[in-house]
Design a protein around this ligand. Sequence first.
Ligand SMILES: NC(=O)c1ccc[n+]([C@@H]2O[C@H](COP(=O)([O-])OP(=O)(O)OC[C@H]3O[C@@H](n4cnc5c(N)ncnc54)[C@H](O)[C@@H]3O)[C@@H](O)[C@H]2O)c1
Length: 267
Amino acid sequence: MEDIKGSTAVVTGGASGIGRAIALALSREGSRVVIADLDEEGMAGTLGDITSHGGEAAAIRTDVSDARDVEALAEKAWSVFGPVRIVCNNAGVGMFGGLETMTLSDWTWIMGVNVWGVIHGLLAFVPRMIEEKKGGHIVNTASISGLVPNAYLGAYTTTKYAVVGLSETLRKDMRAYGIGVSVLCPMGVETRIADAERNRPDNLKNPGGPSFSPSLDFLGRLIPPEQVAGRVIQAIKKNELYILTHKESIDPLRRRFKQIENAVPSE
Ligand SMILES: NC(=O)c1ccc[n+]([C@@H]2O[C@H](COP(=O)([O-])OP(=O)(O)OC[C@H]3O[C@@H](n4cnc5c(N)ncnc54)[C@H](O)[C@@H]3O)[C@@H](O)[C@H]2O)c1
């Protein structure tokens, strides 16, 4: 999608980190940006940064794990700024701990935000985009954990593999409508993800609190979210499926695919 200028974009998780950087980058490219997040104070910050640079933006409080909220977001976005052509399903939460330690509340929370959040985005936006017949682009934020597994990140990995599979298939399904699809798979980015517990609703908290907080060494270098946002803009313009952000992703990826290759029978 070469014509970002003049388009309307929606970015979930736009109050902080990667979503905030994507929202600012889209605005700099000339998009009107609708930011959707739980964090109203954070959204006000992103909104202020966009408007102080002469950009157009709106903030709509949204819980992406709630289908009705995301449907209301799509309706409002259309009524405020007209047809949405770019959707970034980016809101997400992280969680550490062995799979054997995960509670039902853990699974409900992380699946609700990371998987259902993306599905809700599709349900609310894709039929409208198809009906508009103006094409567009969808960016789903996964992670390197959607391509390579890491110990103590099993629940997160489960959700991000789902986002990668969904996005790879969506790209094929959307081709007929001129809608491009990208999936963002970063390693470590300097954001507030390690403090994702701040976003957990009270009814899904664990009585003993989070049990384990490992070092983040396996995430590679921590890069600034602005660098990630730059790659996202490039992928939207060139309709690239995979958005990788760290050159050090290559070794774990090769190891995984080599293992799969080795498992294929020779006859
Ligand atoms: N930071 C990293 O190292 C890294 C690496 C790979 C992938 N990611 C992914 O990037 C995405 C953005 O995370 P980030 O690193 O910018 O973290 P972040 O915590 O800085 O930002 C996440 C945003 O999502 C919002 N959010 C959380 N739950 C929500 C909900 N139910 N409804 C609406 N908004 C909600 C938060 O309020 C926050 O503004 C996530 O999907 C995350 O999994 C991050």
